[in-house]
Design a protein around this ligand. Structure first.
Ligand code: ADE
Length: 225
């Protein structure tokens, strides 16, 4: 998989990909992440990427020309399955969307700033608009990093058995059950006996019940889906 991220702040996207699972996925050649500085696609001396909005109103709007130039150049080099725009008014990211995107070959992610991008960018280039939640970030970069993390860990071969995504919360519309590790007793606080029993069918059943209980208490909406 190849992910191209278009941003005015490429430095914000350095660290998420330089540690742990995402770094390993890149090192293993399972994913390539390329960031593109939108200012490299400007034509004026000030490298302007935004301007006042027509009709008046507070806040700047990202201009269409540098974005068009960047997307057009990328598209001349390969085909893209999706051109995603990170925006608080997009569809809310969930595990289903992450699963879908993890099967794509090439995607572009455009990070918005200020009041957002000129609507014509959305009309002409964007195939999918994604929000990471009902709150406003100062830009789309952290949202893009969240999206990439959720997607990349699902690419076959990225996770090993110990970190398998199959038992994650949401993977089957249930939250994950509680987990414990050594010691089996700490300050008198005990691990449930069942987990120490060695009876794996019973343990599996307990985990399913716990996952269901937890989902019912915390996220009953998931059970209705
Ligand atoms: N940009 C600003 N806020 C955002 C959000 N909640 N999700 C995605 N991109 C954003």
């Amino acid at each position: 998989m190849r992910i191209d991220i278009i941003t005015v702040l490429p430095e914000l996207l350095d660290s998420p990909f330089s540690a742990s699972i995402l770094k390993r996925a890149i090192d293993k050649g399972l994913v390539e992440v390329h960031t593109h500085n939108l200012r490299d696609y400007t034509t004026d001396n000030y490298k302007t990427v935004d301007d006042y909005q027509f009709g008046g109103g507070a806040g700047m709007v990202m201009m269409i020309e540098p974005i068009d130039k960047c997307i057009t150049r990328l598209k001349s080099e390969r085909d893209y399955d999706e051109v995603i725009y990170m925006t608080p008014d997009g569809e809310t990211l969930n595990q289903k969307t992450a699963n879908q995107l993890s099967l794509k070959e090439n995607i572009i992610i455009l990070c918005g700033h200020y009041k957002g991008v000129d609507q014509r960018v959305r009309d002409q280039f964007i195939t999918r608009e994604i929000s990471i939640g009902d709150y406003v970030l100062s830009g789309g970069e952290l949202g893009a990093a969240v999206l990439c993390d959720a997607v990349i860990r699902l690419i076959p071969g990225v996770l090993n058995n110990e970190t398998s995504a199959l038992t994650d919360s949401f993977q089957d519309n249930l939250l994950a059950p509680p987990v414990y590790t050594r010691p089996s007793e700490y300050k008198g606080w005990k691990v449930p006996d069942i987990l120490l029993s060695g009876n794996f069918p019973k343990i599996e059943k307990w985990r399913e019940e716990q996952a269901y209980q937890r989902t019912k208490e915390r996220r009953p909406d998931l059970l209705e889906e």
